[in-house]
Design a binder for this molecule. Structure first.
Ligand code: FES
Ligand SMILES: [Fe+2]
Length: 363
């Protein structure tokens, strides 16, 4: 192990390592799944996936958010699809019926079976929390609360996002390209540095002043911040009187990306979900306020230019990393934490290397 070098290529290619990542990282850490405005009423639910697991997040009686594996306790059929509202959950296979609190209400013929205890078959649950109305789940019951794990993050978010309390979710942007033929860590690596921006994103570096771009790394989260930006730029033009004149991208271990861009009173949330060892989906949305106005050309630039540029980079790296000529590379670190430093990538790789120890109180 060399902390000055990137993870070796087998971390992106070896199926055994990938299986360990699922059990030690993806199933033991906090994953963003949505905003509370998406499931406001009793019985509102959404479904989501973390690697091989399908999950239900539902607003239970009394308003509490609950999380259940989307797996029937009888013979494992999926229970719910997409999102919606239910008064109870009925399995499509043999019609076992569960309350929205996860208790088994009814199983046909169970009363004829000696010793069958309906209370033995509640839906299996997992941790659900919200921070500033952003919902996170964790499949590890012993995991430390995200607020304790990512100390300082919530305060930072509140300080930098004055419109935080007014945000609500819009339907997911169907136009946005999101499937990436690369390992999930390559997508995270790419998000975590702007060393590549000058070459790979010419319009973006005209929008952002790279001379005032700062990367700061904390224990389980990091922040890229540009204090000055250019309203008259080659990406999209924005109002120089907009209340948002800076740019901030946050990262929360292991796969959450969020932030805002100049001239747009909105916050994006992306969850970088691993579908398989070499396929990743960015699941996400823009949270907006009643006052959000999207500048002309903004959506086209984000979807058709910026994300497309990054997807192409990630897919090229995935191809290159298979070469027998390549093992790993050096982190390019700027001690001043400027935008051209790979400090946050280095921190991410260190967290991967020591993943088990940070995810659970038990370790
Ligand atoms: S698998 Fe759900 S009721 Fe049988
Ligand atoms: Fe990029």
């Amino acid at each position: 192990m060399n902390a000055n070098k990137t993870l070796t290529s087998e971390h992106y290619l070896d199926q055994n390592i990938y299986e360990k990542e699922k059990s030690d990282i993806l199933y033991r850490s906090w994953c963003y799944v949505g905003h509370t405005s998406q499931i406001e009423n009793t019985g509102d639910y959404l479904t989501t996936e973390i690697a091989d697991e399908s999950l239900i997040i539902i607003r239970a009686e009394g308003g509490e958010l609950k999380g259940f594996y989307n797996v029937c306790r009888h013979r494992a059929h999926r229970l719910l699809k997409n999102n919606g509202n239910v008064r109870s959950i009925t399995c499509p296979y043999h019609a076992w019926n569960y309350s929205i609190d996860g208790k088994l209400n009814h199983a046909k013929n169970a009363n004829k079976m000696k010793g069958f205890k309906i209370s033995d078959y509640c839906l299996s649950s997992f941790q659900v929390i919200d921070i500033c109305n952003f919902i996170f789940v964790n499949l590890d019951d012993s995991a430390q609360h995200l607020g304790e794990q990512a100390q300082g993050f919530e305060e930072d978010l509140k300080e930098k996002v004055p419109f935080l309390d007014r945000l609500y979710a819009q339907p997911a942007d169907k136009e946005r390209p999101s499937v990436i033929r690369a390992n999930w860590k390559i997508v995270v690596d790419n998000y975590l540095e702007c060393y590549h921006c000058t070459k790979a994103h010419p319009a973006f570096v005209n929008l952002i002043d790279m001379e005032h771009y700062q990367t700061d790394v904390y224990n389980c989260w990091s922040r890229q911040y540009a204090s000055t930006t250019n309203p008259d730029n080659k990406a999209y033009k924005f109002d120089k009187n907009s209340p948002v004149q800076d740019m901030c991208f946050w990262y929360i271990w292991p796969n959450t990306a969020l932030g805002y861009v100049p001239g747009v009173e909105a916050l994006f949330f992306s969850s970088i979900r691993s579908n398989s060892i070499d396929k990743t989906t960015r699941v996400g949305h823009w949270l907006v306020t009643e006052d959000t106005v999207l500048p002309d050309g903004f959506t086209e630039y984000m979807n058709k230019v910026l994300f497309t540029e990054d997807i192409s980079i990630c897919e090229s790296v995935q191809m290159g990393i298979k070469s027998k000529s390549y093992k790993n590379g050096p982190f390019m670190i700027d001690p001043d934490h400027s935008g051209i430093s790979e400090t946050a990538v280095q921190s991410f790789h260190n967290l991967i290397r020591s993943a088990k120890s940070i995810n659970s109180r038990a370790d």
